[in-house]
Design a protein. Structure first.
Length: 562
């Protein structure tokens, strides 16, 4: 019989004395201040109050807050000492109770497991006996009707056995889950009581312990492998590469210079993944990323080229921007790159948001338009290298010194990538727009009914993507000589990185951290294979296998959720 859960901490007389005393000390001090501040906030939002009444109420509450602060200051030391003592006592009794609870529930789990196994053995034996009885009952009866009846009875017997085993398994799982919940609840009660004794203040150690206990409670091997199987396989691949590299005479793969090189190569591509991630979140995609990169990189190369550039655009030019101030040239190049990318991204966004054309089509059309304009306008001529001083200032490296005999330099491009990651994370997680992105991606119709403008959220995602593409294209020019062919295939790498990072093509699921990890995984994969001397064409095979595995796992998880 299932026991009713009781919070042992709430039943302890001494701990209740501590709680009562702390409540008395806080009632007219810190608790009063919190209540009055809530009243002030409510008064400011109350549209039924006129300005005079609101001011009178706020002034009166502020006066009471000043009085409560005096009480809080007078009781502060006593509260701190008593709270510390109460938490220490709670920890002491909780430790004993948690230990006893775990021991008790583990015994019950062992008993449940033994009972379940016995139940399964008995059921199989009982139904095997019934099966033999059915077979004997039809001995000597060889007509077609008897044969059909015998077959049906045996089928029913087998079905009833499977049903009984299923019921036994369900009961067993229920009992096991109840025991696990009891162990987890002991930790939850402990942490909640400590927080109450501290008047809501948490501790990092307690939060970590509680998070770990919740993880253990909810852990299922099948779900863990489904969520992390691909990453485990990739990790094993990297470990094999690290072991094989020195044995094959290629040197140490796991070194600080190589790690920084992988991060540097990931930095610029991070912008493209952050841009396309928003579109995948709403169950879309973007095939125009590579052409956006080429467009922004060509513009940046033209403006930052030392002296007059040889490239003309639609028979206009060539130009010489060296007369402009350094930061003026940089600002102009970045601004035009962003504006062009946002303009073309918005162009695709209008067709998707307004006419419900799938982003696959709208961005494919945008890709073709940009591709044609770039090649026709520049005749495919590379714009040449940018000014070496500017290139070193933004795309160069800082020398850190020698580590293990290797000169270690830090790539400057990592800095803007970190800034971009933080900005994207903030938008996705800390803004209303970010929450609306998830809502539209999860169910656009439900989002619309709840008052969210699906059109403007979709357009906002396209604009945000264009800004990231523009920034990335600007930095791309610092890596190589830009031309209309720059960025070929970048859209596929960006999309693949997002999918490998857990951003679902089904929409509404994913995190910025996943996109970041995906970019680093794909860049690291390419670097490792190149480091080991694997043919470039064969590298596409590895990427393809990883991509199809990621999408397959995502589809399995989606089907399970349904």
């Amino acid at each position: 019989m299932e026991k009713e859960h009781t919070n042992y901490l709430e039943e302890d007389a001494k701990l209740n004395e501590y709680s009562s005393r702390l409540f008395e000390l806080r009632r007219d001090g810190v608790n009063k201040i919190s209540e009055l501040r809530l009243e002030i906030a409510a008064a400011k939002r109350n549209k039924l109050l006129d300005a005079k009444a609101r001011k009178s109420l706020v002034d009166a509450d502020n006066k009471k807050i000043a009085e409560a602060k005096v009480v809080a200051g007078r009781n502060k030391a006593e509260i701190a000492e008593l709270s510390k003592e109460a938490v220490s006592y709670a920890n002491k009794i909780a430790k004993k109770y948690i230990s006893e609870t775990i021991e008790e529930q583990n015994k019950e789990i062992a008993q449940f497991t033994a009972d379940y196994k016995n139940k399964c053995v008995n059921l199989k034996a009982d139904f095997a006996e019934k099966r033999e009885e059915i077979i004997k009952s039809y001995e000597g009866k060889n007509s077609a009707a008897d044969t059909a009846a015998k077959k049906e009875d045996l089928r029913i017997n087998g079905y009833e056995l499977q049903s009984a085993l299923f019921d036994a398994k369900s009961k067993y799982n229920s009992e096991i889950n109840r025991a696990k919940a009891a162990k987890n609840q002991a930790y939850v009660d402990h942490v909640q009581k400590n927080r109450a004794l501290r008047n809501g203040t948490t501790r990092v150690s307690e939060n970590m312990t509680l998070s770990w206990q919740n993880y253990v409670y909810q852990f299922k091997p099948s779900k863990f492998l489904l969520d992390n199987g691909l990453y485990i396989a990739i990790l094993i691949f990297f470990i094999v590469c690290i072991i094989v590299a020195p044995l094959s005479g290629n040197g140490q793969l796991l070194s600080l210079p190589n790690i920084f090189t992988i991060l540097e190569q990931s930095s610029v591509r991070m912008f493209y993944a952050l841009g396309v991630a928003g579109l995948i979140l709403i169950a879309g995609t973007d095939l125009s990323v590579g052409r956006m990169v080429a467009m922004g990189a060509v513009v940046t190369g033209l403006i930052l080229h030392p002296g007059k550039n040889i490239v003309t655009f639609f028979h206009m030019g060539p130009w010489d921007f060296t007369a402009l101030p350094l930061f003026g040239r940089l600002g102009l190049a970045l601004f035009i790159s962003i504006v062009l990318c946002v303009a073309f991204s918005s162009f695709a966004g209008v067709f998707t948001a307004k006419l419900k054309i799938h982003p696959f089509i709208s961005t494919l059309a945008t890709q073709l338009i940009i591709y044609g304009l770039l090649f026709f306008g520049t005749s495919g001529t590379p714009v040449g290298s940018i000014d070496s001083g500017i290139k070193d200032m933004i795309g160069g490296r800082w020398t850190l010194g020698f580590v293990g005999g290797d000169l270690v330099t830090f790539p400057k491009l990592i800095i803007p990538a970190i800034i971009a990651i933080f900005v994207a994370w903030f938008i996705w997680n800390k803004t209303t727009f970010g929450k609306n992105m998830y809502a539209v991606g999860g169910n656009a119709e439900a989002a619309s009914v709840s008052g969210i403008s699906v059109f403007w959220v979709t357009m906002g995602i396209f604009v945000m993507a264009g800004i990231f593409y523009g920034c990335g294209a600007f930095l791309e020019a610092f890596k190589a000589n830009a031309s209309a062919g720059t960025g070929q295939g970048y859209e596929l790498d960006a999309i693949a990185a997002c999918v490998v990072g857990g951003i679902s093509f089904n929409g509404g699921i994913g995190k910025i951290g996943g996109a970041v990890i995906g970019v680093i995984i794909f860049t690291g994969l390419t670097y490792c294979l190149t480091f080991l001397g694997i043919d470039t064409n064969l590298q596409f095979v590895f990427k393809g296998l990883i991509l199809i595995a990621a999408v397959a796992l995502d589809s399995i998880k989606y089907l399970k959720r349904k």
